[in-house]
Design a protein around this ligand. Structure first.
Ligand SMILES: *Cc1c(COP(=O)(O)O)cnc(C)c1O
Length: 341
């Protein structure tokens, strides 16, 4: 039994999802004639109470499209120092949009409105890159699946309004946050100019992300997606998996969170574990004691068919997901407990 905890992207479509994909009615979406893609986009827009939505092959492309549509070359965007848009999208903000990232020194991937207010004023000074966009990430990836306080997000919105900044949410794992905090997609739809969500993470679709925004923003996004090479033809087969994932796999995220909590408890009881970051959703980040090197630990677990990820600075990451069963949890707990230092 292989236990793959590298990411929640490792899931395979279930039979129910495959059936939905096989039955999808499709057309050429570049000519806007794929009814299943259209259905997914309308469904997502309605869910968030936003005007429009666009289907993307990846979350990276959805985020990069958002950055492109909000900015001009030479502009500046604000994000946390751990943000995915800065760290894990291949330098795309600079490459695709010619935009500089002003990194904010937040906590677990989250900064405060006060931190943003301090650095985002003073646009009249021609020496300074033009402040244009704020990107936040919920849940935070490198921050260990942490969830933002919605009140803080509202305060940041106020800074955006005061200083005429656009506001983008990288919501690759937003549904994890919604389930834990008992929040609704519409709350987020009201707050942000654009939102990206991933269907291929906790929701279990094989491919796909969605960008949400106003009609005007999505009209721009359509053009940029084409330019980035992301306009797809009979994508309805993939959109069908997305529809299925929205219908069936949101509430069950609570099971992933429960398993992550169980793992946190076990890790905290082990003498060779130095520290476990607080677990809020489906991501667990922990450190082993210095005499046990993180890479060695990961290699030893791999020999037991348990796959974990190094996140730099001695961090080890575990992500729970749809394909991580109770039986696998038991085996993982057993192997963690009997691990020889
Ligand atoms: C996974 C992820 C993305 C997008 O990733 P893709 O692999 O391109 O779909 C964006 N932001 C965050 C926070 C992520 O975790």
């Amino acid at each position: 039994m292989k236990i793959d905890l590298i990411s929640d992207t490792v899931t395979r479509p279930t039979n129910g999802m495959l059936d939905a994909m096989m039955r999808a009615k499709v057309g050429d979406d570049v000519f806007k004639s794929d009814p299943t893609v259209t259905m997914l986009q309308e469904k997502a827009a309605e869910l968030f109470g936003m005007e429009d939505a666009l289907f993307f092959p990846s979350g990276t492309m959805a985020n990069q499209t958002a950055i492109k549509l909000h900015t001009q070359p030479g502009d500046k965007l604000f994000c946390d120092k751990w943000a995915h848009v800065y760290n894990y999208e291949g330098g795309g903000a600079a490459f695709n949009s010619g935009v500089a990232c002003k990194l904010i020194d937040g906590d677990r991937g989250m900064f405060t409105a006060a931190q943003l207010r301090d650095i985002s004023a003073g646009r009249a000074d021609i020496h300074v890159p033009y402040s244009r966009l704020v990107c936040v990430e919920n849940t935070t990836n490198k921050g260990g699946g942490a969830c933002w306080d919605f009140e803080e997000l509202k305060k940041i919105k106020q800074v955006c309004l005061d200083q005429n900044l656009d506001y983008h949410l990288d919501g690759a794992r937003l549904f994890n946050a919604l389930v834990v905090k008992n929040e609704t997609p519409k709350q987020y739809g009201e707050l942000f100019d654009t939102i990206s969500i991933c269907l291929s993470k906790g929701l279990g679709a094989p491919i796909g992300s969605i960008l949400l925004g106003s009609k005007e923003h999505i009209a721009k996004a359509l053009r940029i997606r084409k330019l980035f090479g992301g306009a797809m033809r009979q994508a309805g087969f993939l959109a069908a998996a997305g529809i299925y994932s929205l219908d069936n796999n949101i509430n069950r995220l609570a099971e992933d969170h429960k398993k992550a909590k169980d793992i946190e408890l076990v890790l905290n009881s082990l003498s060779y574990v130095k520290k476990v970051e607080p677990v809020e959703t489906n991501i667990i980040i922990f450190y082993v004691k210095d005499y046990l090197n993180a890479d060695n630990f990961i290699a030893n677990m791999a020999k037991k068919n348990i796959l974990l990820t190094p996140m730099g600075d001695g961090k080890i990451r575990i992500v729970t997901h749809l394909d991580f069963s109770e039986e696998m949890l038991e085996k993982l707990v057993y192997e963690l407990k009997v691990f020889k230092e």
